[in-house]
Design a protein around this ligand. Sequence first.
Ligand SMILES: NC(=O)c1ccc[n+]([C@@H]2O[C@H](COP(=O)([O-])OP(=O)(O)OC[C@H]3O[C@@H](n4cnc5c(N)ncnc54)[C@H](O)[C@@H]3O)[C@@H](O)[C@H]2O)c1
Length: 383
Amino acid sequence: MYDIGVAITGTGFMGPAHTEALRRLGVRIVGILGSSPEKSRRFADAHGIAKAYTNFDEILADDEVQAVHITTPNRWHFATAKAALLAGKHVLCEKPLTMNSRESAELVELAQSVKLAAGVNYNYRFYPTSLEARARVRTGKIGEVLSVFGNYVQDWLLYPTDYNWRVLASEGGRLRAVADIGTHWMDLVQTITGLEIEEVFADLRTVFPTRYRPQGEVETFSAKTATHQETDAIPIETEDMGAVLLRFKNGARGALWVSQLTAGRKNSLRYEIAGAQDAIWFDGERPNELWIGHRNQPNEHLFKDASLMDAAVGRYIDYPGGHNEGYPDSFKMCFRAFYDYIAAGDFDATPFFPTFEEGHREILLCEAILRSHDEQRWAKVEG
Ligand SMILES: NC(=O)c1ccc[n+]([C@@H]2O[C@H](COP(=O)([O-])OP(=O)(O)OC[C@H]3O[C@@H](n4cnc5c(N)ncnc54)[C@H](O)[C@@H]3O)[C@@H](O)[C@H]2O)c1
């Protein structure tokens, strides 16, 4: 249990995911804010939350709230996070942190000056198998990292009639597939290896320059089950897919393929990290398993089990070997790292949760990818 009160903004896909994870951790949810008073009330009633806010100022003024979770579309993140920090509240923001690096740089500076916890929900870091990969790579068990490759692919935007706010640059930013899902992959491999990506070469494609928007609001992943009738044709500038070549700080080379148009791949995040001695392979649709490749002995297949893994990973495993932990658990564990940090009370300590600095760096990375694509040449990541 943590002695802290939380307010959540956003009631779509992520609102319930945060609600459930916080509850499983024993964090008190004080209130919820949706895009209208009716949506706040409906969500509060459905989830047994006491307060349904009618606007964000009510959260800022609420003394029962010490932390704010932001699960609204990207364009709201900056203003919400800034106001919450200025009001003395810790912030756990959904990714990407902001729409551009000017905003994210400002938030990094603000978070440092107010000495509050400021995190970005790169929850995929918290699969125990990826934490184990991190422990192995960072302690040199696979040798110097030589190459990193992988993909993040989905199929939920395969048809031009598939629509979500993310396809609009004004709501999510000009980069879509790369910023929405590719950043999870890039955050993950950089965290595991401890190596920053320094240069990128990107080739992106918008397969559907026009999409058909159903009238009314459309929440994430709802298209396949929705029964919309009337649509409006909408011009699209954001990419559906793309390849990015990567150069890491130590000279390691890498490649990432991202697409939201790969039939049958629902949420496929995979990485392979090859070192001078061993290699590691992870498939996010089988997150309890880690493949460890050897050259001179049989390969290993490690199943999530705290007793077989690095001691530090144990804090982020709640069930014994053979009892799978998955996507919702990764939220719980990311939030555990966040609330452990707040409970410890030392805001000069290095956090284990993904920080605003790391969220800012992902934005710089996205800007380099876009620059590289636009100019069709290698681009350095600034900062
Ligand atoms: N970490 C992850 O695995 C993950 C997964 C999906 C989405 N996300 C991120 O979470 C955020 C939300 O995505 P989603 O998929 O839940 O979107 P969504 O469209 O399903 O939900 C967004 C919700 O925010 C509400 N909203 C819009 N403007 C608002 C405002 N000003 N105040 C309060 N509520 C408002 C909408 O009514 C909607 O209910 C995005 O930033 C996205 O990138 C993260």
